[in-house]
Each structure stands twice: as C-alpha cells, then as structure tokens.
Write a protein that binds this ligand. Structure first.
Ligand code: AKG
Length: 304
C-alpha cells in the first residue's frame, strides 16, 4: 500500500468532487496519509516575522492555541505581537476545519476541534525524554487527556521559508503493530485509573482503550530494535504543502524540519465511514473484549 495519496487543490476552501471525497475517506480510514502537494498555508508579510524560533518560550515544543478558550501558550511574545501571533494560529485552525469539512463532509456533524499548534523549533533539536521523543515511531495517545476511543485526526502544513521539507518516517499498519506489542502490555491495575483522575493527573477517566493506546505508544517508542528494523518509509513533505492523517492509527516519527502548523480534530468512532478500521475496533477484536463503556464515554465527554 502506498503510504501517501495525493489530493489536488490549491485552496483550503477548494470544492472536491464526489469521487475525490470517496477516495480520500477510504484512504484516510485505511491508514494512508492524504497529501496536498499544492496546498500552501499563506502567511502575510507581517506574519513572516513569526518564522523565528525565538517566538517560542523554549520550554514547550509547540506554541499551542485552544480554539474553545482563545488561550495561547508556549510563546514569549506579549502585547500586540502576541495578538497577531494568536490571529495567525487561529486562522490556521479555521483553514484546517474548512478543508476537513469540504473533503470529508460526513465528519462535519461529529467533528470536535482540539488544540492547534505552531512549531517554529527545529524538530531535530526538540529536547525530550524517550516517551516525548516524536522522532521515534509512535501512534498518538495523550497521557493526561484520555479520549474514550475518539479518533485523532490531524492536519499539518509545512511553511518553511527556506524550502526545507518536513521529514517523517511512517511505519507498518496499526493492526500489525498492535499484534506485535499487545502480548507485552499488562491490563490496567485495579483502582489505578480512578486514582489518576482523582489526583488530577488525567482530565477525566482513562478508559481501558486509553490505557492500551498509551501503553502501545510507550512500547513502540521504547523499543530500539523495532525503531530501527520494523518496515518503514521515509517521507519528505516539501515546504508549501499540507497533509492529513489519523495519527492514532498511523505509526509516524518526525525526523527533521522547522516551521509547521498542526490542527487536531476528534472524531467519534460512530462518525466514521468504516468503524471496524478504527484502533478501538481493532484492539477490541484482538483482546476479545470491550474497551470503552458508556460510563467511560460520558466521563471523558464531561471532562473535555
Ligand atoms: C506528533 O505530533 O505526534 C508528531 O509526531 C510530530 C509531528 C511533527 O512535528 O512533524
């Protein structure tokens, strides 16, 4: 299977024909990356001044924006400059949403916007512990933000002004990876997930699904042999391009590049065209039990 599927279009509000929309939906849910070779996120002359790693506060790897509250974190900028930066990141959030809704209209009623990030720091230089090291192949799962089985869909745009690509590695299909690591993963300890929520270490209750996804993320990143020898492709996303992928399903690693925008969306499994391909369904099938109860879903919806 080719890891990328090209989608033509030069605007985030492009109108896509039915055949392209169907192809995109099948490819995305099947674990391919939708690549938009001609879709550039345009920056104004003023916004180009933010193409500078000194915008970042040096602590977080990303400048992050929460569309629901308007809060912007991870930057040293203040006053007028901060407002301007917020406007740029918010504009990316809106553009990414327009793109997803135009290309995948079936998701629109279910789509929930997560964080938006701007990444002005060289990916190779981001300091990390191995669990935070995104240059190791992983599927996304967030330790403090359980999602109760919802999908993690992300849109990325490389805005590097010097023509440098964003270099990723893409790994084997989700099910192959899950089969490889599940035998090494222990079920949650009794009371552990309740305690994490009670101590405020997770926003809401970590479902069994979240437990297994996080353990899978950590097991992949922690296995040096796997990192070096599993089947993988290196892919370079050139400057001025955009791509979209379910990062909870597709093993990926960011090897190099600077100046990237990213928008996260959450999609419930019942909003998918093929729910059976979701990591939740695959893990439930492999483990032979249900991993998310209605109570978990209510708890994680209340917390989000
Ligand atoms: C992630 O956000 O999960 C990554 O692996 C980083 C992607 C990137 O910054 O290119």
């Amino acid at each position: 299977m080719d890891p990328l599927v090209n989608i033509e279009g030069e605007r985030f509000d492009a109108v896509f024909g039915e055949a392209v929309r169907d192809q995109a939906l099948r490819a995305l849910e099947g674990g391919q990356v939708l690549f938009f070779p001609h879709l550039t996120f345009p920056l104004s002359a003023d916004e180009r001044s933010f193409l500078d790693p000194r915008c970042s506060d040096g602590r977080a790897k990303n400048i992050s924006y929460d569309v629901s509250t308007g809060s912007l974190k991870g930057t040293v900028l203040g006053g007028h400059e901060r407002e301007h930066l917020r406007g740029m990141v918010a504009r990316f959030a809106q553009s990414a949403r327009t793109l997803v809704e135009g290309l995948l209209p079936g998701y629109t009623p279910h789509l929930r916007l997560g964080r938006t990030s701007y990444r002005p720091v060289e990916a190779k230089e981001r300091p990390s512990s191995y669990r935070k090291d995104d240059s190791r192949l992983h599927v996304d799962a967030f330790p403090s933000r359980p999602n109760g089985g919802q999908r993690i869909l992300r849109v990325f745009s490389n805005v590097n002004p010097d023509g440098r690509g964003r270099v990723w590695r893409l790994g084997e299909p989700f099910e192959t990876c899950a089969r490889r690591f599940l035998p090494t993963i222990r079920p949650p300890l009794p009371g552990q997930r309740w305690l994490l929520a009670a101590c405020g270490l997770t926003t809401g209750y970590r479902s069994a699904y979240d437990h297994y996804m996080l353990a899978l993320h950590n097991a992949m990143k922690g296995d040096d042999y796997f990192q070096r020898h599993c089947p993988q492709y290196e892919v370079t996303f050139p400057a001025g391009t955009t791509w979209m992928v379910f990062t909870d399903q597709v093993p990926h690693a960011a090897m190099a590049g600077q100046y990237l925008f990213e928008q996260t969306f959450h999609v419930p499994v019942h909003g998918l065209n093929e729910p059976a391909r979701a990591p939740l369904s695959v893990l439930e099938r492999l483990l032979g039990r249900s991993l998310v109860t209605t109570r978990d879903q209510n708890r994680s919806i209340r917390a989000s």
